[in-house]
Design a protein around this ligand. Sequence first.
Ligand SMILES: Cc1cc2nc3c(=O)[nH]c(=O)nc-3n(C[C@H](O)[C@H](O)[C@H](O)COP(=O)(O)OP(=O)(O)OC[C@H]3O[C@@H](n4cnc5c(N)ncnc54)[C@H](O)[C@@H]3O)c2cc1C
Length: 442
Amino acid sequence: MDYSPGRITGARLGLVRAVAAEDQVPLANSDYRTAIGQEPRFLGHIVLSTCAGHKIGTHNSMNDLLIAGAGIAGTALAIHLARRGHSVVLVERGRFPREKPCGEGLMPAGVAALERLGIDTAGLGAQFYGIRYHCEGHMAEGHFLLSGAAGLGRGIRRRELDAVLAEVAAKTPGVTLHTGARVTGPLFERGRVTGLLVEGQPIRARLVVGADGAQSRLRHVLNLNRASRRKRLGICRHFGHLSAAESRGYVEVFLGHGHELYVTPLRNGEILVAALADADAIDGRIEELFRRWCEAQPKLASLLRNAEPASDLLVTSPRSGSARRRVLPKFVLLGDAAGFTDPITGGGMTQALQSAEMLAQHLAVEPDWTEGFLESFDSTREKMLLDYRRLTSAMLWLGKHPPLIGPVLSAMGFVPSLFSHLLSVAGGARGLLGCRRFISTS
Ligand SMILES: Cc1cc2nc3c(=O)[nH]c(=O)nc-3n(C[C@H](O)[C@H](O)[C@H](O)COP(=O)(O)OP(=O)(O)OC[C@H]3O[C@@H](n4cnc5c(N)ncnc54)[C@H](O)[C@@H]3O)c2cc1C
């Protein structure tokens, strides 16, 4: 099998039934199942490379870029760079389509970023106009600021979105995508990262990117991890058979005691219900807790009364940790690997797409990829993410002070333009002071 850069190797679509093991954690007394007991419905005629049962060959010529992780950030970066003429090797441990625990709500700026990748989002998922927060009888509703299609978010199943991104990446000349191939560590030569060990085999590149998600192995192995004390757990399940009216229009957020529930409209009468909770607040069986939390919210309970589960329960391992440093010479962390921001503000996918595009722009204006250019990218990225992180911290703080939630929601109801503004900050379209946060030059 030929693994030379610029070619799509192998000819196999792996249908993945289980969420990748490192994304899951078995909790005491939990009875959740990791397997997705459904036949995948998205069967794009994608031809992906795979190394299952084969040796990953050493790429003969030097690749420009080697990316660990073909999630949102990794695939977006691969597509942007290959379109600029670079050779990119993308390595993914899973196979597509596969489930991925996520709230599945993509903010308008993220939808725009997908469009810039050449993906027609009209056929993907279901649109939503804004977000509604509910807490003990209080409700606040915020709309995205821009009118028309530019002001619409989309609820898209990750099973579908990630497979489409992988398909577009695999079809982009210059990209070689290996699926079913695990990055086991960085390749060190003369004291610096020069490539990756993929299933124990070395692959070298001019620049190495760790886009391997919130639990980034590369971040750990390179000793770039900064642990945080707060660990949050995500629990998700899809439901189907809802009427179009029931499943449409808004992401609804229900604030409970020590947890939040997110309901995202998807297409074909499906919704996703995701819970986020402090890991140390969880005792007992997860499935039972999830059911109780849903039943404690009258609006959600009534919505789910006639709905059918459309996936098994997906549980993430506790999310925490960021990076002490995000760049090393010729190495950069991207997306969640660069620092997991709590999903309470729902902008993670958008930030991953925008960061990938920003990195591609930096690589384009600095053709020699000299020392220091990654630091410049990193500081621009940090500026872009600063207000988003501030807003996330404020939301987490509010969640820890339940008596304040009702009054804050009521106040937001009185000043809807402020709420809409904060939604734009969460969605990566604006900074807190109103300036645009990311300018695409594509
Ligand atoms: C419960 C929950 C709800 C969320 N809700 C939302 C939401 O509503 N909206 C939103 O925008 N964001 C949401 N997020 C955040 C969003 O999921 C992430 O920010 C986004 O997926 C980050 O993309 P990424 O490409 O950095 O990482 P990922 O999408 O996690 O991709 C990383 C990829 O790397 C692969 N990988 C990992 N290790 C290896 C290895 N050793 N070798 C090879 N491949 C590897 C993984 O298989 C994966 O495909 C939510 C997250 C959680 C946990």
